[in-house]
Structure formats: C-alpha cells, structure tokens
Design a protein around this ligand. Structure first.
Ligand SMILES: Cc1ncc(COP(=O)(O)O)c(C=O)c1O
Length: 418
C-alpha cells in the first residue's frame, strides 16, 4: 500500500488497523468471511475505471473487449457451480438484488410473503421499514414457538389466504435447513413466484453442505460475500428463460447503471475457488464446526433457537443466562470474540436491545479452525457471559484473560487474505 500510504496516510493507517483487528479477533459474525488474497487482488484493480452499462455483447459504452470476457466468465462459472441456466452477476449487493426481483415480477401494492424479520427473515423480504414493505403489501410467516422452526402448514395456510404474487424463502438468522420443495409446492398452488434468498448459505449450497433450491425456486438471489467467500456483491439466478429475461431487465436498466467490474472479476475468482474440492471440504467443515460449537454451548446451558443448527449459523437466546444480547455481544467483542446481537423469535425486547446473539462459523473455518477450537470458543463465550451476568469486576478480569487467550489462538490460525 505504498502509494496509499503516501497519498492518504490517515486512511492507510486505518486500513492497517482494521487488518490487525481482523487478524487478532475470532470472527463469529454469521454473515462475514475472509476472502482469499486472489479475490482481494481482483477487487483492487483498474477494472474500477470502466463503465459497462448493459450486458456482454450489448453495451452502451465502447471499450468492452476485456470486460465482456470477464463478465461472461463470471456468468458461466455461476451457471456451472449452481447448475442453473441463467445468472446475472451485476447486482451491487443483496438488497438491490432482492429489489430487482420485485421489479421483475410485481407491481407496487402487490402482495409479497416473506419470513418476518424477528423470526430470521431479511428486511428486503417485505419488512415494514424497508422499501419492500412500504411499496408492496407484505404478509409474513414465522417459526413455531415450540420448535423454533418454520411450520410449512402455516406457510401454506397464509399463502392460500393472502394469495401473494411473490414468496421469499431463506433469511438472515435461520439455523435450520430450508425446505425448498415444500415452498415450491405452496408457490405453485397459489400461482406465486418463488424466490430463494440463499445469501447466507450460498457457499454451503455450492459445496454440497445444504440442499440446493435449483429445480424448486423460480429465482435465486444470493450475496457473494458470506459463506460463498467472495467480494461484497450479489447474483440472481434462474432456470426459465422468461424469469431470466425479467431479472436482467430489472437489474439494468430497471434499477442500476454500470456494473462494478472490479467486483465482477472478484466474483469470478471466488466462483472458481468455490468449484474446487477444497471448497467442498470447507463447506462441510463449516457445518461440522457449527454443530460442535452448538453442542458445546448446549452443554453449558445456553438456549439455542430450534435447539441446534443444520448450517453455519447459531442463534442464542440469552434470557436464561439473565443478560441481554447487546451487553453480551459488546463484552465478547472486547474479549476478541466478534458476534452480533440479534432478536430471537417472539422476542419481548426491542431490536436495538434484543435477547439474543447470532454466531456463525464461516470465518473461523476459513482460518482452518476445527472442532477443538470450537469447543474452546464455546467455553470462552460461556466464561464471558457468565461473569457478566454475575459481577462487573469479575467480567473485566475474564475479558482481559480471554482476550490474551484469543490472541494466542488467532496467531496460530492466520486468516486468508490478511
Ligand atoms: C438473507 C439476506 N438477503 C439479503 C441480504 C442483503 O445483502 P446486502 O447487505 O449485501 O445488501 C442479507 C444481508 O445480510 C441477507 O442476510
């Protein structure tokens, strides 16, 4: 970063500080990961200089000889990795990708059905503060109070009553496998378009560690920067030509202008990496690690929403520990364990001070950590939370000790790309 350091030493120093912070902490944020050096390199290139409105072979600017090849490679790799006929790699991120689905298939005021935010759905699935909840008519499903899982009979009942034009499955805090065939059957019954938002689990789907929505969902939306381990970006995929045409028109010119070509190149690199046997092993290890961590936490008296996990994600309800999600997440962050506070289903507390925390194993698995390290992390989480619930001075002592131990662990497991 020699040029950056001389032009803007302030920003250069801050980037270095963030790199040190990432190196020294255990990343348990379920939506994050570490990209490879190759992906990082692709994002920091001259491709950022180029405008490319349109699609390969059909652009509104000249000079696309190289960009067309890059975008075509990204598209072909996405098609091959996920087994779909069409892929659009241009959405700037997951939220605009989802908005493009609305633009492609709905008129303002039409009914959309998605999982409610407090149950694990995403804002863009029709939550009230989102444009999708303001401009469309949202109806919601949740999880059962007794099982913490989606009740497909209830989903069907709501769909039959409300007749949505679009149904979203998938979400942002769902620790269990998504039943794509059951959602598809319901969507067919009510004549809705089924969108599978696999932002969180895309890497697991690509690596064969979670069932694929292909053959069930009409359209598939995903970010590229979570378990898929690519740059910040998104993709939309479809099998039927008519769905793909509608999505392409919605992304450009419907919603966006020029694609971010440096991101497109980095997506292509990430997709190449995700097609390897090494990545398949990674995806399976993410789940093994998540289940090991879940088991450790259960053994230590934590309450896990749905009682466990099938994927990379664990949702903890801290109510029995006598502490809110926010102070727990803040204390753990100081100890070097990075998580986020999160609502849990039927949460009596407010979203900014909820009962739970959400954790995930995509990042720690990218660092090469395994079951033994998950047990250790579970023990640290318990020590911090238990001390915090008891006494502030004791909590300070535990946080300082754990921070030192976390540093020792992270120094033995260097993160990719750093
Ligand atoms: C399921 C799901 N969909 C969409 C998004 C939105 O992605 P972005 O933050 O890139 O807009 C997220 C992000 O957390 C997500 O979890």
């Amino acid at each position: 970063m020699s040029s950056l350091s001389s032009v803007d030493p302030q920003i250069a120093e801050l980037i270095k500080a963030e790199e040190r912070r990432q190196a020294d902490t255990v990343k348990l944020i379920a939506s994050e990961n570490y990209v490879s050096k190759a992906v990082l390199e692709a994002t920091g290139t001259v491709l950022t200089n180029k405008y490319s409105e349109g699609y390969p072979g059909k652009r509104y600017y000249e000079g696309q000889q190289v960009i067309d090849q890059i975008e075509t490679l990204a598209i072909e790799r996405a098609k091959s990795l996920f087994g779909v006929n069409h892929a659009n790699v241009q959405p700037y991120s997951g939220s605009p990708a989802n908005l493009a689905i609305y633009l492609a298939f709905l008129q303002p005021g039409d009914t959309v059905m998605g999982m409610g935010l407090p149950f694990g759905g995403h804002l863009t699935h029709g939550w009230s503060v989102s444009a999708t909840g303001k401009w469309f008519n949202p109806v919601r499903y949740g999880v059962r109070r007794d099982t913490g899982r989606v009740d497909m009979d209830e989903v069907r009942e709501i769909a039959l009553r409300e007749r949505p034009k679009l149904i979203f499955c998938g979400g942002t805090a769902i620790p269990r496998t998504i039943d794509f065939p059951a959602f598809a059957e319901i969507a067919r019954e009510v004549g809705a378009v089924l969108a599978a938002d696999i932002a969180h689990i895309a890497g697991l789907v690509a690596g064969g560690a979670h069932p694929s929505p292909v053959g069930h969902a009409d359209v598939i939306s995903t970010t590229t920067h979570k378990t898929l381990r690519g740059p910040r970006g998104a993709m939309l995929m479809a099998t039927a030509d008519e769905h793909a045409t509608a999505l392409n028109k919605a992304v450009f010119p419907g919603l966006q202008g020029g694609p971010h070509n440096h991101t497109t190149a980095a997506i292509a690199v990430a997709l190449k990496e995700a097609a390897t046997d090494e990545f398949k092993d990674y995806a399976h290890q993410v789940v093994v690690n998540s289940q090991a961590l879940a088991e450790e936490l259960l053994g230590r008296g934590f309450d896990l929403v749905s009682g466990g996990t099938d994927n990379h994600l664990i949702l903890l309800d801290l109510t029995p520990k006598g502490i809110g999600g926010k102070p727990a997440a803040q204390a753990m962050d100081r100890a070097g364990l990075e998580t986020n506070y999160n609502t849990v289903p039927f949460d009596p507390r407010k979203p900014f001070d909820p009962s739970g925390i959400r954790i995930g194993t995509a990042g720690v698995t990218s660092r090469g950590m395994g079951v033994a390290e998950m047990r250790q992390i579970g023990a640290w989480m318990d020590q911090v939370v238990s001390a915090l619930a008891k006494d502030q001075d004791e909590a300070e002592r535990v946080i300082t000790r754990v921070q030192g131990e976390v540093r020792e662990l992270t120094s033995r497991f260097p993160a990719p790309g750093l």
